[in-house]
Design a protein around this ligand. Structure first.
Ligand SMILES: NC(=O)c1ccc[n+]([C@@H]2O[C@H](COP(=O)([O-])OP(=O)(O)OC[C@H]3O[C@@H](n4cnc5c(N)ncnc54)[C@H](OP(=O)(O)O)[C@@H]3O)[C@@H](O)[C@H]2O)c1
Length: 332
């Protein structure tokens, strides 16, 4: 097992640690939090023992008790924290989206290569067996591929706080929040892994007073078809996501958290594609990241990095074309 440090003590980090325990991939050794009390509560909730705690980032990264760090802080902090980690010789697993700008991604990409370290963007769904099933179907039917409509729109519990006058991180441009970067990133990953790099990108958002996109529609243009994407954090969508193959259609219950896949023909015969889904959606990525590090699987690693590069470029192109500005844009 690879020794692990973590940044961020919210539910997602707990879920990741449960995944690393279930898959015996990483072993938690060190927790960074801004407050010792939160770190201790996090450790206690997971019934862990002998875990170091740091409230100072330099001290945390200077520690020799972990080789990899999982970063699940607000998006706008990922870059500085991941950069510091790579400078201190740590492998990095950083939550999606790993960076706020292409410039930031390029700096991390170069630094990871220069220091011989791994930099993973935690796009959990592309590692799951259910996604691999879809990928396999697309690869075997590429000649018929004729477009897709993907939807990932969930009313955020933090939207209530936003409407009550607070500014939660995910609705704050300073922390690179908004529907596209928070949920759209999953659907952009779907498109990039399944269909490759689009020729052009167009994003039409509904912009909130805070300056971020509460929801929006994104079109990715490919040479022979379009992929239309709907994302949002201010409403709920129950729309099925679809991939078109002329007369046949692959139906998915979500563009981001896929639990069912079906195939429909033009006689409206619908069959379920058999596949498996772990209760913890982070299991697959945890075991895959550990496998890549342990086996030094550079080929798979470079493929994942290539996806991340394209996704980060699409996100930046989409938001800048729509006039969405992040705090990170000023740090040039
Ligand atoms: N893969 C998935 O399924 C999934 C699901 C949810 C979220 N995410 C990703 O996980 C990341 C964290 O999301 P989240 O919703 O948990 O974010 P969050 O609640 O805003 O912050 C996460 C953690 O970062 C620290 N933090 C919060 N505000 C901070 C600030 N102003 N300055 C410094 N540190 C701060 C806190 O830890 P301390 O108080 O202990 O310092 C907090 O627990 C995001 O990148 C998000 O996209 C992924």
């Amino acid at each position: 097992m690879i020794n692990l440090g973590i940044i961020g003590t919210n539910w997602i980090t707990e879920q990741f640690i449960r995944a690393t325990d279930e898959t015996k991939s990483f072993s938690l050794k060190h927790v960074f939090s801004r407050t010792e009390a939160k770190a201790n509560k996090f450790i206690k909730d997971l019934s862990k023992k002998d875990i170091q705690v740091s409230t100072d980032l330099d001290e945390f990264f200077s520690s020799s008790d972990f080789e990899a760090v999982y970063i699940a802080s607000p998006n706008g902090l990922h870059f500085q924290q991941a950069k510091l980690a790579l400078e201190h010789g740590k492998n990095v697993i950083v939550e999606k989206p790993s960076t706020s700008t292409v410039r930031e991604f390029t700096i991390l990409d170069d630094l990871a290569h220069k220091n011989g370290l791994f930099l993973f963007e935690a796009a959990r769904q592309i590692h799951e067996p259910i996604f691999k099933k879809i990928q396999h179907y697309v690869e075997n039917n590429r000649d018929e591929l004729s477009g897709a409509t993907l939807s990932y729109m969930k009313y955020s519990s933090r939207y209530d706080a936003y409407k009550a006058g607070e500014l939660p991180n995910i609705f704050n441009p300073k922390f690179s929040g908004g529907a596209l970067y928070d949920l759209g990133v999953y659907t952009v990953y779907d498109a990039v892994v399944l269909f490759g790099q689009p020729d052009s990108v167009n994003y039409v958002p509904e912009i909130l007073d805070s300056g971020i996109d509460g929801s929006g529609s994104l079109t990715l243009k490919y040479p022979k078809f379009d992929v239309n994407i709907i994302v949002g954090k201010t409403k709920n969508s129950y729309m099925t996501s679809e991939i078109y193959f002329n007369r046949k259609t692959l139906l998915m219950d979500s563009g981001g958290d896929i639990t069912h896949v079906k195939l429909a023909d033009d006689d409206k015969n619908i069959t379920t594609l058999p596949t498996s889904k772990s209760d913890n959606p982070m299991d697959s990525e945890a075991s895959e990241f550990a496998r890549i590090i342990n086996e030094n699987d550079q080929e798979t690693y470079e493929k994942l990095l290539k996806y991340a590069r394209i996704v980060n470029r699409i996100l930046e192109q989409a938001r800048t074309s729509a006039g969405l500005v992040f705090g990170a844009d000023e740090e040039k």
